[in-house]
Design a protein around this ligand. Sequence first.
Ligand code: SF4
Ligand code: SF4
Length: 156
Amino acid sequence: MSKNKKNANVDIFQLLLEKKEKQGKIKWKALLESLNVREFFEDGSISINERTCQGLECELCIKACPTKALYWRDGKVGIIKDLCVYCGACVLCCIVDDCITITRKRADGTTESFSKPGDIVVLFNGINSRRRHQRVRGIFPDDEAYLKRCGKTKTA
Ligand code: SF4
Ligand code: SF4
């Protein structure tokens, strides 16, 4: 196939769109890093229970939100959903359990949901222990490799 014929099959508009999206994502990530947001998610949902929220007496979530997705208006906490990155900072500091509920999707397709500070601690412990396990498995792919490193052999 000639070079010109090959180029004719390329959808230039699609390429430009993809490039723009890619650049947008890079800028978005850089912006979040500058705001000290280490964990951010593109897909998710957030809701606030207006009946249990302590509102004006509290406003801790509004102060904690790194992207300014939360605001106070008309006697309640409002959410600008497009600005939310489902980081969980608001849940971590909320004084009422099950007041803010977040569900978010990881890049591997798994979803997690939490509504209490304790949920986040459990979640992070689980993630960290999984990462530790993966690191050890990367160095020692099986039990024998591990025992060999310790100068031992597997007993039958
Ligand atoms: S999860 Fe909470 S703290 Fe994080 S961006 Fe969304 S509203 Fe803000
Ligand atoms: S931190 Fe919780 S209780 Fe306080 S204003 Fe935010 S949602 Fe309401």
